[in-house]
Design a protein around this ligand. Sequence first.
Ligand code: CA
Length: 252
Amino acid sequence: MEQKAHILIVEDEQKIRTALTDFLEFHGFKVTKAVDGLEAERTVAKRRFDLILLDLMLPKISGEQLCTRWRRDGMQTPIIMLTAKGQQKEKVMGLNLGADDYITKPFSLEELLARIKAVLRRIDPARAVGQTFKFADLDVDIAALKIKRTPSCPSPVPAVPCGQTQVQAGAAEQIEITKREAAIIQYFAANPNRVISREELYKEVWDETMSELGTRTTDMHIAKLRSKIEKNSADPQIIKTVRGAGYKYEPR
Ligand code: CA
């Protein structure tokens, strides 16, 4: 099942709001709209978005104020600020306030789309929970390029209660990964339960169009990564093969 990224558009000018909505929906995003700062604040309080397009000059509560409040409250949703020409000072402020990017009006929709994709690609699951994140039974530390596998509890009844320090049997296994492998893991982690084709993976991780070389490169990297993280790489359980379609990560 494909998951659409959900974008909140906060823009008081109806023309721009409509144009943005039509364009983003056409490009496969799910869109919610807010016409002023107050509505934006209420909407964000109710649900989570993958990205927010935030106009700087808004009635009721300004984009600047919203951004400051959200960041102060710990909201980590990426924000792209929409600023008008000549708001140089505000632009810089927008970034200091915690916006991830900004774009100056009038902008081309294609440029905005490129920015949105870049910001969405940059978001990694590590961001949400700090330095490390869970990938199946692994703890992935992207910054250190290290993976830790915490040994699972012996079953059915552990002699020592699970979670207690067990020196002999319980030493965590350390696995080192390359940057590329980290990028692959991040992409799977951000897209759980979805079949990802080699084309898609190659495009997202290597940023290139699929070719014969690309197919080999992808397969080689997946094989290498599996040899590191799977208990039995002949029967992968973390990054599964979906015959004729690609790969799938199913968190347990
Ligand atoms: Ca405005």
